[in-house]
Structures are given as structure tokens and as C-alpha cells.
Design a protein. Structure first.
Length: 180
């Protein structure tokens, strides 16, 4: 009987913690950080443009292009291709991208990200595209370079990962630039 009472008390406590306190605390955190809780959405003139966290397909020479996506940038089917290093399909995809970008293209323009929706590029991949974007927009390359630097973040917390360029925000800044 003692064990049954302990079990009932523990069930009541866990129901309170996991059924009430935990959900209420998550809602409270969501109110403290509404942008992050809402998906880090970016808006321009009240119009939804995208999310800071998801890459968007873009093939215009006026914009920086994101990493390739194995799922064609679809959020529902986002995933890696699961193709191994000995895969002929992967080798052909990389060869096709190398033909498109050139033999000196940075690795992240040739391969897909793990999610297929990586919103960032390496600084070298952004630098690789700067000349094309400047020429397509008819603006000075140093202006494009300054914007790339502005939207480049260092490693997270100063030591995790590599520097990365926020492509969607960079492209929006290019559109807002008065030097077009």
C-alpha cells in the first residue's frame, strides 16, 4: 500500500510538472522572444519575405545564391541526400555544379547542406560570387564586399563553427542599397 501511495504522489507531481509547469514556461519564453518563437521571420514593408533560418531558391545573377539543396529548398521534404562519398549520383551532381560554377568554386557551392536549407554561406563562397553580383547590379565591387562583411558572423559564441554569411539578409540589403 505504501508503494501505491508513493506512485500516486509521483504521478500527481509529474503531471503537474510536465502537464502544466513545463508548457506554461515554454509559452512564457515564447512571449519573451517573439521573433525566435515565430520562426525568425523577415518582413519588408509588412510583407513576409522569408526566415533567417531557411535558405530560399534563387537563381538570379543579381543575388547571392545559397548552398545547393537536395530537397529543392522545400521545407517539408528537407533532408540530406544520404548519398555517400562513393555514390555515382553524388559525383555527377558535384561535377554538374563544378561545371556551372567553375573548377575553383568553394566546396559549399558544390555540395548540399545536411538539412538542404542552410541559410548561410562561407565567406569564401560569398566572395566567389561578389564579382557576378556587382556586375549584374552595375555597382562597385567594394560596395558589395562591404555588405558581405556587414552580414558575416564569426563563430558562434566566438569558438563554435566557422564564420558564415547571412545570405537572405545580404540580398535584402542589396535590394535596399541606393547605389543600384
Amino acid at each position: 500500500m505504501k508503494n501505491i501511495l508513493i506512485s500516486i504522489r509521483l504521478l500527481g507531481l509529474m503531471t503537474l510538472v510536465t502537464g502544466l509547469l513545463y508548457p506554461v514556461s515554454l509559452v512564457a519564453v515564447g512571449y519573451l522572444f517573439p521573433s525566435q518563437a515565430g520562426g525568425s521571420l523577415l518582413r519588408k514593408d509588412g510583407q513576409l519575405i522569408g526566415s533567417e533560418l531557411l535558405a530560399q531558391k534563387n537563381e538570379s545573377p543579381r543575388y547571392f545564391q545559397p548552398r545547393p539543396s537536395a530537397g529543392d529548398y522545400a521545407t517539408v521534404a528537407s533532408a540530406a541526400s544520404n548519398l555517400g562519398p562513393t555514390s555515382a549520383v553524388l559525383a555527377k551532381a558535384i561535377a554538374d555544379r563544378r561545371a556551372q560554377w567553375g573548377t575553383d568554386a568553394p566546396f559549399d557551392l558544390l555540395t548540399t547542406s545536411g538539412s538542404g536549407l542552410d541559410p548561410h554561406l562561407s565567406p569564401s563562397a560569398a566572395a566567389f560570387q561578389m564579382g557576378r553580383v556587382a556586375e549584374a547590379r552595375g555597382i562597385r565591387p567594394d560596395h558589395v564586399e562591404a555588405l558581405v562583411k556587414k552580414f558575416t558572423d564569426g563563430p558562434q559564441f566566438g569558438f563554435l563553427g566557422e564564420p558564415r554569411v547571412r545570405i537572405l539578409e545580404l540580398n535584402l540589403a542589396l535590394d535596399d542599397s541606393h547605389t543600384q
